[in-house]
Write a protein that binds this ligand. Structure first.
Ligand SMILES: NC(=O)c1ccc[n+]([C@@H]2O[C@H](COP(=O)([O-])OP(=O)(O)OC[C@H]3O[C@@H](n4cnc5c(N)ncnc54)[C@H](O)[C@@H]3O)[C@@H](O)[C@H]2O)c1
Length: 360
């Protein structure tokens, strides 16, 4: 049975939380109503409340959890707070959305997975880059078996961050941001790689801090071997004057290249180049019934509502968050040891509990 009623939301943290509202919930007035905002910075919450005519604001996360009319708690706070807030929201019987990175280790994700299994609600990690018409066309072609065997991918995340960006105190510090470009920025493009080309088995990475005087890495390169046998190279920097995100994915029968839009590489136009007339015809046939998929938070929240309504799988799951953080862990492990790191990362792996050095 489909339950397509309007869902009520509280947004916790009014930074990127604003985009969740403006580009997500507000685009679906028949699906969501944001009833409450929570931020320890009351002025920031009040400003957003004025902008979107939201009546209820609070500084207290616990108060939100006591609001019986809130179904979805959307966590947009700094990374180090995520796990405790997710666990508390699940314990309060809420549906939970949480910004990336979901956690600071694979062990923490496993803890959240165990808590979700006992809870009424489910947890959707944010991976909004999966939404956009280009990436969804590619996904459909690949899932239909038209692309064939994956050969090789190149993934570039070339963004720009200046000292002003690091004036927000939690950024740039291992204790609060939990990691650098691999965890905070390139996590989106790297998720797109595995979303479209499958899991990674080994990684060799090198990282550096060269752009800003921060504790975390702001440049990284890596070479990967995918479970399929395909190869991938990753390059990420926060020191690019022109910002781009770009994935080029070469399969047996089709090569895909994203747009270069840094923050919406999933949008059209994508280059989708067939290797033969036959592949071209199969793509045309497959895409004939392809519905337009809106970009980023609009697409993600639309799919999220559909999943809540039908009870089917969420558009992004804790398994996706685990896979993403396994790759991050392997990349940090490789960079720290100068060795090739293998996945999956399970209990017993030296970095299962996290990549940050433990204080002496
Ligand atoms: N998906 C994306 O593309 C994307 C983009 C930007 C940021 N993010 C992620 O979103 C999260 C927030 O980033 P941001 O850029 O919005 O940071 P931000 O610092 O601009 O905003 C975070 C807000 O959370 C508030 N806050 C802190 N502790 C709180 C608490 N205990 N209860 C309630 N509110 C609290 C802060 O006052 C602040 O207003 C981070 O995990 C970041 O990595 C994701």
């Amino acid at each position: 049975m489909t339950d397509s009623r309007i869902r009520t939301v509280a947004v916790i943290g009014c930074g990127i939380g604003r985009s969740h509202i403006a580009d997500g919930y507000r685009r679906h007035p028949d699906k969501f109503r944001v009833l409450a905002l929570c931020d320890i910075d009351e002025r920031r919450a009040a400003k957003l409340a004025d902008e979107f005519f939201i009546r209820r604001i609070t500084r207290s996360f616990d108060e939100v959890l006591r609001m019986d009319d809130i179904e979805i708690v959307d966590i947009c706070t700094p990374p180090a707070l995520h796990v405790a807030q997710i666990l508390a929201a699940l314990a309060a019987g809420k549906e939970v959305i949480c910004e990336k990175p979901l956690a600071g280790s694979v062990a923490e994700v496993d803890h959240v997975i165990a808590a979700e299994a006992e809870a009424m609600g489910r947890v959707m990690p944010i991976f909004q880059y999966r939404f956009g018409n280009g990436v969804q066309k590619a996904k459909r072609i690949i899932d239909a078996g038209i692309a064939g065997r994956p050969y090789l991918a190149t993934v570039e995340t070339a963004w720009k961050r200046t000292p002003e960006y690091y004036e927000t105190p939690w950024r740039g510090r291992l204790g609060t941001e939990l990691g650098g470009i691999l965890l905070t920025h390139a996590i989106h493009s790297h998720d797109l790689l595995t979303y479209l080309m499958g899991p990674v088995t080994t990684a060799f990475a090198q990282t550096a801090t060269r752009v800003n005087p921060v504790e975390v890495e702001d440049c990284a390169v890596a070479s990967l071997v995918m479970r399929s046998g395909a190869l991938a190279s990753l390059a990420a920097t926060l020191g690019s004057q022109k910002e781009i995100s770009r994935l080029r994915l070469c399969f047996e029968h089709v090569t895909f290249e994203t747009s270069q839009a840094p923050y919406s590489p999933g949008d059209d136009p994508w280059d989708i180049i067939a290797a033969s007339r036959e592949a071209e015809n199969r793509i045309a046939e497959e895409l004939a019934s392809h519905p337009f998929v809106p970009s980023r938070f609009e697409g993600l929240m639309g799919a999220y509502h559909a999943a809540l309504a039908t009870g089917c799988a969420l558009p992004a799951t804790l398994a996706d968050a685990r896979r993403s953080l396994e790759l991050v862990t392997a990349l940090y492990h490789s960079a720290a040891t100068g060795t090739v790191a293998s996945m999956p990362i399970e209990a017993g792996h030296p970095l299962y509990g996290g990549w940050r050095p433990t204080p002496d």
